[in-house]
Write a protein that binds this ligand. Structure first.
Ligand code: HEM
Length: 409
């Protein structure tokens, strides 16, 4: 039997999946992948069609522990699964419709807009901390703490809890990066995180019930115009989701974006010269090296995609990162073009599960890239070869060491 030719777990594909995607789009745009046990779709048209129009259900994450794990870990894993009960990305209508309508109200643009000065302040503070160093590690010094602090603020956690929040986010990222669930400490850390977060959110809920503020917890406590409400269990579950969903993704956007700028000095210069292109620059960075490379769905009806007919129940992996480089839709797709006028990228999904945090991600990107361009000068990479996290889905650098001449105000 010949080996499956599109192995996205191979080290060279983790390093750079785009040549593999290009072959898949050309040779096998709908293909059963024995590693994922799912059908992989790589063309923009097909991915977009499924997200918008096909009858599908979301896919729960595989949480089965390897056989023989001790009972207390099985119990912990069950409690972790329970805490995901209200995660929007894992629910289907009518439950999803209800939760999403409620969260749209809580996550309203005015609330995100009001975050601008706070995000700028956090970003400036992190860049101030780089003064006097010979080199920085961009992921640890900026890309990781910025979104963690932002979402902590947005939920309404006090400043003192920021470090705790960053540690919780870290534990979640590590836990989800290891699909085998064979490392005991990762499960224990995740479980402790869930328990501590639950306690912290409940404390905050008690405070905000007495004295509401302009934060997400206060908004979640207020029924919407239609009288729609969510219970405290849902509030805890959604807060955990927001911390996770809003953290690693934005972190990878910042890391992948700075790397893309360094590899494309003409575009880096353009962004420094013309801050007016910032909005399209963030969209292009999301398209060019997407932090989320795929999302999964199960078909709920027999469906034909291209010339392949798949039965109800088939599992699909919609390869957003591949769709975002489709030459049928994007001119010169492998080129970073920060001023790209037409950019229907799928990096934030599409349809009913379209990223709830999209306006926040855009704002974080605009502030992070513009501040970095303005304040950090003559930046160079220290290590020549990148080291990527091993996940074929959450694409991000482990570290990015940089040298620079100076930091200005
Ligand atoms: C650059 C940063 C981000 C990227 C690339 C990203 C990507 C995505 C993608 C691809 C989806 C769709 C998943 C699917 O269809 O299955 C999604 C959904 C979601 N995102 Fe984001 N995201 C980012 C930032 C954020 C932020 C900052 C938040 C919140 C603080 C957030 C919260 C969510 C939530 C709650 C969902 C589920 C929505 C639903 O199912 O209705 N994301 N995101």
């Amino acid at each position: 039997m010949s080996a499956y030719p599109y192995n996205l777990f191979a080290p060279e594909a983790i390093q750079n999946p785009y040549p593999v995607y290009a072959r898949m789009r050309r040779e096998a745009p709908v293909v059963f992948d024995p590693n994922f046990h799912a059908w992989l779709l790589t063309r923009h048209e097909d991915v977009s069609h499924i997200l918008l129009h096909a009858a599908t259900n979301t896919v729960p994450p595989p949480l089965d522990l390897p056989p023989g794990m001790p009972e207390h870990l099985v119990q912990m894993q069950a409690e972790i699964a329970e805490s995901m009960k209200y995660w929007l990305a894992l629910t289907d209508p009518p439950e999803h419709t209800r939760l999403r309508r409620f969260m749209n109200k809580a996550f309203k643009p005015a609330l995100v807009h009001a975050m601008r000065p706070r995000i700028q302040e956090i970003c400036d503070h992190l860049i101030d901390n780089m003064r006097g160093k010979d080199e920085i590690e961009l992921i640890g010094d900026l890309a990781f703490p910025l979104p963690a602090m932002v979402i902590a603020d947005m939920l309404g956690f006090p400043k003192e809890d920021r470090l705790k929040l960053a540690a919780w986010a870290d534990h979640m990222v590590d836990y989800f990066a290891d699909y085998t669930y064979s490392q005991v400490h990762l499960i224990e850390n995740m479980h402790r995180t869930i328990v501590e977060m639950k306690r912290a959110v409940m404390d905050l809920v008690r405070l905000r019930r007495q004295e509401p503020r302009e934060d997400l917890i206060s908004h979640m406590l207020t029924p919407d115009e239609a009288g729609l409400n969510i219970n405290e269990e849902a509030m805890v579950s959604i807060s955990i989701l927001l911390l996770f969903a809003g953290h690693e993704t934005s972190m990878n956007m910042i890391g992948n974006g700075v790397l893309a700028l360094l590899h494309n000095p003409d575009q880096y210069d353009l962004l420094k010269r013309e801050p007016g292109i910032l909005e399209s620059a963030v969209k292009e960075i999301l398209r060019y090296d997407s932090p989320v490379q795929y999302t999964a769905r199960n078909l709920s009806e027999t469906t034909t995609i291209g010339d392949v007919t798949l039965e109800a129940g088939s599992r699909l992996f919609l390869m957003l990162g591949a769709a975002n480089r489709d030459p049928e839709v994007f001119t010169d797709p492998d080129r970073l073009d920060l001023g790209r006028a037409v950019n229907p990228h799928l990096a934030l999904g599409q349809g009913k599960h379209f990223c709830l945090g999209a306006p926040l991600a855009q704002l974080e990107g605009e502030i992070a890239f513009s501040t970095f361009c303005r304040r950090v000068h003559d930046v160079e990479k220290v290590t020549k070869t990148e080291s990527w996290r091993p996940s074929p889905n959450l694409r991000g650098l482990k570290t990015l060491r940089l040298r620079y001449s100076r930091i200005t105000d």
